[in-house]
Ligand binder design. Structure first.
Ligand SMILES: Cc1cc2nc3c(=O)[nH]c(=O)nc-3n(C[C@H](O)[C@H](O)[C@H](O)COP(=O)(O)OP(=O)(O)OC[C@H]3O[C@@H](n4cnc5c(N)ncnc54)[C@H](O)[C@@H]3O)c2cc1C
Ligand SMILES: NC(=O)c1ccc[n+]([C@@H]2O[C@H](COP(=O)([O-])OP(=O)(O)OC[C@H]3O[C@@H](n4cnc5c(N)ncnc54)[C@H](O)[C@@H]3O)[C@@H](O)[C@H]2O)c1
Length: 471
């Protein structure tokens, strides 16, 4: 092993092996470059161990039960007895290998990559120093590139009493052995709504406490309204415009005090889930050593190849174009393509284009969104036409019956005659989103979408109805 003071020269250093970092590092190593991947926790990052995969396993199980409970409306009788321990077992054994990344690490090293476990920091424009888990230090000089993929950690606001209590973030929630009897979910973003619904379906009495007046504030107001009504019907309490002022924990219960600016109130619950956004791990990476200034308030400035400076790339949640696994991987692909084009003379794969970023919040109904919301399109100065239709009014939605809440909303740039955004809420709303994503991505004229044949009776037949309603 090299000493602290003797840098080792390699082609590429990937700092943080989230979904994008893992794929860039693997591809470049497989192409024959010498690649060091630096990872402080688990190769693969948040998504496979604490994010997408375990949460979607919970959601899948909850959805099966919710469907079963719709049987009396459509098909007979059924007895449903939720058992969270089955979900916990599946997450532990199939989903996360008991939070062990050996398979992912070996996938990378089998391609010729070198995995260094520890926390890395930039110590120069082309230099990374790692405090390794075995207590040493290694310094690497990157001949060709450094790719930063540090991701995020749960952000926990400072509230008197909170720090000393056994609250959950997403990381503890997905490791739960059982569903708590009652839980306060603090926050109203995607993590909060997905986990609130999943735990409710396993018998947890959930109270959501929001700082503002609606759920999923980045999405259309119609989305927030519909989701709130679905969650309330399932038994979730939603308290709005509340600030958490103090927390205590005694005898296995949390006591939470709130203020709404007028009068104080309090809640007791067995568990508290803090889902109040994410903190950028990029802040700890030492950007100033690479002479990059960044003030944490927005995303750092990147060029179209996702470079902060020549040969210094940034991908993933920290790149600020959407905190989603598919964005991390999309960006990783562009960066790998750029490095290979520059140094191995392979064909360039193009540059980052964020006009059609899709996202799906996996509640029931699913919430699929692409591109701009109505207010974003108006704020951008476009001449906007909006079309909306309810899923329950389509033939398929009507046939579907119980569980058919949803709508399609399309946003057109009327001058250009193309969609610039769309929302698809409903059963399989995330799958219905796919053709809307293509329409926004490829700027397909609305007249072409109107002339297309849509199979009957599918959920996506609601899309031409929404187009008919454009006004
Ligand atoms: C509960 C939950 C559910 C989610 N569900 C979805 C979903 O359904 N679909 C979706 O698209 N997205 C989902 N996401 C978001 C998704 O997990 C992230 O967008 C995704 O993980 C990509 O993040 P990233 O590439 O920025 O890196 P991350 O996944 O955050 O990984 C970064 C890695 O870098 C390492 N690291 C950081 N700093 C250093 C350092 N200095 N030295 C060494 N290593 C370091 C970290 O240990 C980590 O492993 C979900 C997130 C959560 C929390
Ligand atoms: N299905 C998916 O794709 C999926 C699922 C989960 C998470 N994610 C990604 O992970 C990211 C993080 O999710 P999230 O739900 O934590 O974050 P978020 O930033 O979307 O939502 C945070 C919530 O906490 C509230 N909040 C923030 N600071 C607060 C404070 N000081 N006091 C009270 N409330 C406060 C906000 O008002 C908001 O309701 C998302 O933006 C999303 O990109 C994606």
């Amino acid at each position: 092993m090299a000493s602290k003071n003797k840098p080792e020269t390699v082609d590429v250093v990937v700092l943080g092996m989230g979904p994008g970092g893992e794929s860039v590092a693997g591809e470049l190593a497989a192409a024959g470059l010498s690649v060091v991947g630096v990872e402080a926790r688990l190769v693969g990052g948040e998504c496979p161990y604490y994010g997408c995969i375990p949460s979607k396993m919970m959601i899948r199980a909850g959805n099966v039960m919710a469907e079963a409970l719709r049987i009396p409306d459509l098909a007979g009788t059924v007895e449903v007895a939720p058992d969270f321990t089955q979900v916990a077992r599946r997450i532990r054994t199939e989903g996360t290998d008991n939070w062990d990344d050996t398979v992912a690490a070996e996938r990378f090293t089998a391609k010729g990559g070198v995995l260094v476990r520890g926390t890395g920091r930039l110590t120069g424009p082309r230099e990374v120093t790692v405090s390794t888990h075995d207590g040493g230090h290694r310094t690497f000089r990157a001949r060709l590139a450094i790719v930063l993929n540090p991701g995020t950690n749960p952000a926990v606001p400072e509230v008197p009493g909170l720090a000393g209590t056994p609250f959950w973030t997403n990381r503890e929630a997905v490791q739960a052995a059982d569903a708590p009897a009652s839980m306060v979910v603090w926050g109203g973003g995607p993590i909060a709504v997905e986990l609130a619904q999943a735990f409710t379906r396993f018998g947890t009495k959930v109270t959501m406490v929001l700082r503002g007046s609606r759920l999923l504030t980045r999405e259309e107001p119609e989305t927030s309204e519909l989701l709130a009504s679905v969650l309330r019907n399932e038994g979730v309490k939603i308290l709005t415009n509340k600030a958490l002022t103090s927390v205590t924990h005694a005898q296995g219960r949390f006591q939470l005090s709130f203020s709404d600016g007028i009068s104080p109130s309090s809640l007791r619950a067995e568990q508290l889930l803090v889902a109040t956004g994410r903190a950028q791990a990029l802040a700890e990476v030492g950007l100033s050593a690479a002479e990059i200034s960044w003030d944490l308030k927005g995303a750092p400035a990147l060029d179209q190849y996702l470079q902060l400076a020549n040969g210094l790339y940034l991908i993933g949640d920290a790149a600020g174009a959407g905190a989603f696994t598919h964005m991390s991987m999309y960006q990783g692909n562009i960066v790998a393509g750029h490095i290979l084009a520059r140094h191995l003379e392979q064909a360039d794969r193009g540059t980052a284009d964020n006009h059609a970023v899709p996202r799906v919040t996996f509640t029931d109904p699913e919430i699929g969104v692409v591109g701009l919301t109505e207010s974003q399109a108006r704020d951008a100065g476009l001449s906007v036409r909006v079309g909306l239709t309810k899923v329950s009014e389509s033939a398929r939605g009507w046939i579907h019956g119980a569980g058919n809440d949803g709508f399609i909303k399309v946003i057109e740039d009327a001058d250009a005659g193309v969609l610039v955004g769309a929302t698809s809420v409903g059963p399989m709303g995330g799958e219905v989103l796919s053709m809307l994503t293509l329409a926004v991505h490829a700027r397909i004229p609305v007249s072409t979408l109107e002339s297309m044949i849509y199979a009957y009776p599918t959920f996506h037949r609601a899309i031409p109805e929404a187009l008919k309603n454009l006004h």
